[in-house]
Design a binder for this molecule. Structure first.
Ligand SMILES: CC(C)(COP(=O)(O)OP(=O)(O)OC[C@H]1O[C@@H](n2cnc3c(N)ncnc32)[C@H](O)[C@@H]1OP(=O)(O)O)[C@@H](O)C(=O)NCCC(=O)NCCS
Length: 243
């Protein structure tokens, strides 16, 4: 496909995806994320022709003007849209599919522990919110969405939404996914929650079987009502004091 055609479709895709974009001229002149992609296309060609230093230098010029640091070795698909641009980093062995949207501050980086393919693979139509960090040789499946500020360290299945640090699935194939087992979140607090759940089970067993939730609830509710009534009375008395 001719370069001119590629530029045309890039501009059209921004007009489709960003409600703030009003005209082709505005998109071409005011979207540094697009300039970064265009500069990368040239630097990637230099990289493939083994002109490695020239490629790195050109990508640094691009970084200076756009705030987007794309390694010339990275493979980018068609119609990549980097909105607001600043602070996006795409590592050397990252692979990005077509129609992907990235917001400012997204990092497609390495963990610092791997060699070879050490950056993420992002499949088609993935959306990554601002300041999300995707680290290591992981794959984000088609049509998935990554929440702003998330840290993704493992593969994300297609058609899913992940959020959090570390990220966990909240939607899959349009269905809400609710976490009921602390093992499903690899959070630093998971171990504490798992230990707590085990302790509660143990205490319940020692108390002699199942608790009576309905009776407990009614008793608690009666206690709460009595306490509320007492508080109201106290407030009335204190308001009257000193008048
Ligand atoms: C991830 C995202 C796409 C999900 O949107 P959604 O499908 O409407 O999901 P919901 O709002 O129903 O959220 C589902 C759950 O995830 C939580 N959640 C959503 N986004 C989150 C985030 N970024 N971090 C942590 N939790 C998040 C919600 O609180 C909700 O949890 P709850 O039901 O327990 O309260 C969206 O929240 C997001 O982060 N978009 C990025 C936008 C962005 O980067 N904008 C930049 C503009 S400059």
């Amino acid at each position: 496909m001719a370069w001119f055609e590629r530029i045309r479709e890039d501009v059209s895709s921004v007009l489709e995806r960003d409600p703030a974009a009003r005209s082709r001229l505005e998109v071409m002149t005011c979207y540094p994320g697009l300039w970064a992609v265009w500069i990368h296309r040239v630097s990637h060609q230099l990289w493939k022709r083994k002109l490695r230093l020239a490629a790195r230098m050109l990508s640094q010029v691009g970084r200076f003007f756009t705030g987007v640091d794309i390694h010339p070795g990275a493979l980018l698909g068609r119609r990549l849209f980097i909105d607001h641009a600043t602070g996006v980093v795409i590592g050397e062995t990252a692979i990005v599919g077509s129609d992907v949207t990235l917001y400012q501050g997204v990092t497609l980086g390495g963990t610092g522990k791997q060699h070879g393919k050490r950056h993420p693979t992002i499949c088609d139509r993935v959306f990554i919110g601002n300041n999300a960090n995707l680290l290591g040789n992981i794959t984000v499946g088609e049509n998935s969405r990554v929440g702003a500020g998330s840290v993704v360290l493992t593969d994300v299945p297609p058609n899913s939404t992940v959020v959090g640090v570390p990220a966990h699935i909240v939607y899959r194939n349009g269905e809400r996914v609710l976490i009921t087992d602390p093992h499903d979140i690899k959070d630093p607090l998971s171990d504490a929650l798992i230990a707590l759940a085990a302790r509660v089970e143990d205490l319940e067993a020692r108390l002699g079987g199942e608790a009576q939730p309905e009776a407990t609830f009614i008793t608690e509710e009666m206690e709460r009502s009595a306490y509320r009534a007492e508080l109201e009375q106290r407030q009335y008395v204190s308001l009257g004091e000193g008048i």
